[in-house]
Design a protein around this ligand. Sequence first.
Ligand code: GDP
Ligand code: IMO
Ligand code: MG
Length: 433
Amino acid sequence: MLNTVIVGTQWGDEGKGKIVDLLSLHVDYVVRFQGGNNAGHTMVINGKKIISHLIPSGIIQNKKCFIGNGVVVDPIVLLEEINYFIKNKIDVSPARMKISNKCHMIMPYHKLIDKAREIKKGKNKIGTTGRGIGPCYEDKAARRGIRFADLLEPELFIEKLTEIIEEKNLYLKNYFHTNTIDAKSVINEFLTIKEQLIPYIDDVSVILYNGINKGKKILFEGAQGTHLDIEHGTYPFVTSSSTASANAACGSGLGPNKLEQILGIVKAYTTRVGSGPFPTELFDETGEKLQEKGIEFGATTGRQRRCGWLDMVMLRNAVRINGLTGLVLTKLDVLDGLDEIKICNNYKYKDKIIQEFPSSIETLENCTPIYESYQGWNDDISKIREYNELPEPAKKYIKIIEKLSQVQVKIISLGADRKATIIREDFFPKTKS
Ligand code: GDP
Ligand code: IMO
Ligand code: MG
């Protein structure tokens, strides 16, 4: 298989974990390149469910896995997740997984600030996952973050941490009027766990580059989705990293010429967790049906996901921003039993037709979707494994998505299980693999 980037095209939870697990079989390495444990990637193998927040989803297929420099890592959560995988009899030894020495660490004060800020914002809150993601990326950009490499020099680590905790405590106490951090206990905790972490720390960029030069193939696992991207998403209702495909290169320490195929994962309808505009959101029975049938609860926070029709204005935005070379359509089975299926192809804004996703949040909030209506199907498609066996209206739905996005649907997912998938004939190209 080509070196492949997997990105979400909507607001996350498109089913990236399932597809990464599925395609991992055809590569040597799997690397996460951005985000942190705000992600929740679900894999179901023979009925057994595994959720991964930090460790790349390729670990289940016994592939070498890497956490690239673009990821922010909560060391405590990482150790918990390592134990969770060990309990599930999955090998996550340092021989199988490496963390970039340049990864920034999510510290206890990041989590406190994330939560306190949301409380202070009240009804204007972003609806973050509360995992400290934003505050950690802030410190990275402000050049005061603590990286995994710092664990290798304990004296310097203690010095840096002491200095930053003093600043954070001032902020927590005087601005948020909340609990402060005890520097000594944080330092002791990190000095205790460092021995467990050190064997995992390495120069991931060098390993990946050397691997590619020896013919190894890589799968780049994106988290969140294009419309949660810090640059291109529905700012400020976004996450704090760049979720776009280009960051697969920078966030893992490789050049963009190593990215050979870019797959956008698109759910057959749209969901969103947290606050922010959502033009095709449904507040009726159909929305409830999608939520119930799709079991749309967040894999990280357990929050109920908001649901709505598929939005092609968003999908075309994702095609352009990510340079998508193919689509993976997931959760098509959730649409079973609907008489009518709608697709939004354009928005209306103040009597004008809008074809491109607006950059302004105020404009987006005032856009109404213009729908095209298609016939649904009554069949249970979840057991189908051949494209030709899909009911005609389902095939038509796929063709319309291809026509309106100008990108081919290469994989169709019809259930949570790894096996509930149709991979189309031309997916594995004869060249370059
Ligand atoms: P991710 O964050 O993009 O990896 O997606 P999540 O794991 O957060 O959410 C996707 C949910 O849908 C998970 O519960 C998956 O098990 C499930 N899922 C994935 N693909 C399909 C599918 O084709 N059909 C159905 N019914 N469920 C799916
Ligand atoms: P996966 O990888 C869905 C959302 C949060 C919130 C916003 C900012 O599973 O698709 P953050 O904690 O990142 O500062 O929260 O982003 N969010 C996600 N929504 N799936 C995710 O990841 C998400 N990660 C963050 O709900 O609205
Ligand atoms: Mg998820």
